[in-house]
Design a protein around this ligand. Structure first.
Ligand SMILES: [Zn+2]
Length: 72
């Protein structure tokens, strides 16, 4: 588990929204990708994110589609 302090300092690398902890993963509270946490270290690489249902690529995420975030 990550501490609340740490959680409040990190954000979704794509749209910069808050992350919430769910089991061994962090989930973006806005666009929904899931990031793995291993040994208390969050893997926040967008390319490693597990995409939410309905998204097949990072470009399908809500925050990217509405122009608040960019992915290359
Ligand atoms: Zn996000």
């Amino acid at each position: 588990m990550l501490s609340e302090d740490l959680l409040s300092m990190i954000a979704c690398p794509i749209g910069k929204a808050r992350l919430r902890q769910e089991g061994e993963t962090l989930v973006c509270t806005r666009c929904g990708p899931r990031f793995a946490v291993k040994d208390e270290i969050a893997d926040l690489l967008p390319d490693h994110a597990e995409l939410p249902e309905g998204c097949r690529a990072l470009a399908d995420l809500e925050c990217v589609r509405c122009g608040d975030a960019r992915v290359d």
